[in-house]
Design a protein around this ligand. Structure first.
Ligand code: GDP
Length: 196
């Protein structure tokens, strides 16, 4: 499944431009700099597929990728830019809410959390939105190569207990590193199961 070649399909600036609901999709969300582009590139083995270091000006776009094999990947705009103007944040929230509410083809959202920082206030807002819209989601810890030995088990347990009461959350979290490839096969296997 991930051995196929992944390509960029389209960039969606507003909800009216979404592609038709004919293929299942999964989406990746997370704070800016969480390692989302690196993870998508590592998963698909395509350097530069998802653009790293997105700039705030591009934060409102949903980017669609496909390998032609029954599942699209959606790169959601990174959130949590300290300097993002309120207007932009409001527009982001509206767009994401509309996308999550109306997208029956969306099988799961992978919410990326930096393993060194844990779940922050703006991550909670995203999780609240997912719970509200009843879209299934799973937490993916990123950059676990930066943790000291023994820390990962604690971070994983703390994160799992933080989401235990959240209705739409998948109970287990996946630990990954785009640098070392840790967790990548597990994540690929989980995603492949979601394909139609
Ligand atoms: P995005 O803004 O969420 O798309 O984040 P990027 O993928 O652009 O990554 C942000 C920064 O974190 C970059 O400097 C990456 O090189 C670094 N990074 C991303 N993933 C990892 C990882 O697994 N391990 C380490 N050590 N650094 C990472």
């Amino acid at each position: 499944f991930f051995a196929k070649a992944w390509d960029f399909v389209m960039s969606v600036p507003t909800i009216g431009h979404l592609p038709p609901i004919d293929v299942a999709e999964i989406a990746f969300a997370g704070r800016s700099n969480v390692g989302k582009s690196s993870l998508i590139n590592a998963l698909t083995n395509r350097i530069g597929l998802a653009r790293t270091s997105n700039t705030p000006g591009r934060t409102q776009e949903l980017n669609f990728f496909t390998s032609g094999s029954g599942l699209s990947i959606v790169d959601m705009p990174g959130y949590g830019y300290a300097e993002a103007p309120k207007k932009l944040v409001d527009a982001w929230n509206r767009m994401i809410r509309d996308y999550l509410r109306g997208r029956v083809s969306l099988r799961r959202v992978y919410v990326l959390i930096d393993s060194r920082h844990g779940i922050k206030a703006n991550d909670k807002l995203t999780l609240d939105l997912l719970d509200e819209t009843a879209v299934s989601y799973q937490i993916v810890l990123t950059k676990v190569d930066k943790l000291k030995t023994g820390e990962l088990a604690k971070v994983k347990a703390a994160t799992e207990s933080a989401i235990a009461r959240r209705p739409a959350a998948y109970p287990t979290v996946i630990a990954t590193s785009s640098e070392t490839g840790e967790g990548m096969d597990l994540l690929r296997a989980e995603i492949a199961q979601l394909a139609s």
